[in-house]
Structures are given as structure tokens and as C-alpha cells.
Ligand binder design. Structure first.
Ligand code: ZN
Length: 127
């Protein structure tokens, strides 16, 4: 058994477990998720005589862009839904980021537990 190596593994494990708990908090707290990216596009109605026909666009329209069965789809977001859509799109990104980190931590911890086992294994008869 290698004592100093083992305590380093245990230290790293506690650090990762604390970080994992933070990511789990994020995963628990984000409840409404809107998958996709929001993008703003300038609007040109094209009505004769409108300022947009002279190059002055209307306030931009908001769209949700996402992959559906391998193709990019853009859905118009109603003005009344802008606030909620922006909030939930951010939640979605934070959720995905936390999930990626959580999975990476799980992998790291798995390696540490294996290494800790090897470092703590005793010979028999005991020395
Ligand atoms: Zn116009």
C-alpha cells in the first residue's frame, strides 16, 4: 500500500465530489428547457412604400433554430414569448453544460477509485 499516493487520490476525489454536487444542483434547478439557439433576423415586410424597402429594416424578428431529424429548422417566436424563450434557451445551455461536466467528473472519479484500490491493496502475509 502506498499511503501518500492514496491520500492524494482521496483529496482529488473529494474535490471532484464537491464539484459534482454543484453540477447536480444545476441539473435539479433548471426545469424549463428550450432546446436550440435563438437568433434575430432583420425583418423586411416588402410592402410598397414601407421604410424597409428603402433599406431600413423593422425591429428584428426572433427565431428558434434547431436540428430536427438532421435538418435545421427555424421557428418564429411570438413577441409575447420572447422573455420566456430567452430564459429557457439559457437554461437549456446551462443544463447541457452541467450534464457534460457531470459525465466528465463521473469518468474521472471512476479512474480515481480504480487507482485508489490499486494504491491501497495489501499484500499477504501482512508486512
Ligand atoms: Zn416594411
Amino acid at each position: 500500500m502506498n499511503g501518500s499516493e492514496a491520500s492524494l487520490f482521496r483529496l482529488n476525489a473529494s474535490r471532484l465530489m464537491a464539484e459534482r454536487q454543484q453540477t447536480e444542483k444545476t441539473l435539479r434547478e433548471h426545469q424549463r428547457l428550450l432546446r436550440g439557439s435563438l437568433l434575430e433576423r432583420p425583418k423586411f415586410c416588402g410592402k410598397p412604400g414601407c421604410k424597409c424597402t428603402k433599406g431600413q429594416a423593422h425591429p428584428p424578428g426572433l427565431y428558434l433554430s434547431r436540428l430536427v431529424k438532421g435538418t435545421v429548422r427555424q421557428v418564429f417566436i411570438r413577441a409575447a414569448d420572447h422573455g420566456r424563450a430567452r430564459k429557457e434557451a439559457i437554461s437549456y445551455k446551462e443544463y447541457r453544460q452541467a450534464l457534460r461536466r457531470w459525465r466528465a467528473i463521473e469518468k474521472e472519479l471512476n479512474k480515481i477509485w480504480e487507482a485508489l484500490e490499486a494504491a491501497q491493496e495489501e499484500e499477504y502475509p501482512f508486512g
